[in-house]
Design a protein around this ligand. Sequence first.
Ligand SMILES: *Cc1c(COP(=O)(O)O)cnc(C)c1O
Length: 230
Amino acid sequence: MPNIENNITAVQRRLQQAARDAGRNPEDILLLAVSKTRSSAQVSLAQSAGIQSFGENYLQEASDKITQLGGQGLDWHFIGPLQSNKTRQVAEQFAWVHTVDRLKIAQRLSAQRPVTMPALNICLQINIDNEESKSGFSPEQALSMAATIAQLPNLRLRGLMAIPRPRANIVEQQQPFAQLAALQKEINSTLDNCEKLDTLSMGMSADLEAAIAEGATIIRVGTDIFGPRS
Ligand SMILES: *Cc1c(COP(=O)(O)O)cnc(C)c1O
């Protein structure tokens, strides 16, 4: 059984060190614990160790956990592939969606977000390495889409998210993260009359240092908190 509390301490130290190395304030970086495939009991352990935000990929599994734990001040982030027939439940149950990859998904989330809830925070997923196997907007599409999506009611377009292909070392890992940060800057320079993007969701267990060096504001960490997934 991995020791979740020790693991969280170790990841927080890595976050802080990487922030210091980059001349950044560690408090500007959210550690999102990716709890897909983990039990409610494991989520509770992570919460006891100071984690408030959890990332989930599979809606049914997530809904069960949210029902069990939701009333305890946790923030739930949807970070999995999102089909249009699942948007309603996501709009009703989550604080964030990191994986908006089509205009239609954004429109549905906007229409289905209960007006009694705060705006749903969203990130556009960018297929930064142009991989066949990954979803996401191309950087060119994102530039033209952002202005449209930023106008949708009940949503707040917060930033960009990417899952780059694995690379061998930190120098190579930094490259796609730098591209994502540059794209965000470019989008911000084109956005008038709406709030600028302030979120870069990038970096996982294996590349969080590289992501923080390039400006990540949310790192998504599963394995290094909860242990290997079976
Ligand atoms: C599973 C997952 C993670 C966590 O990956 P680890 O390598 O276990 O840290 C992060 N982001 C997304 C989108 C994921 O699906």
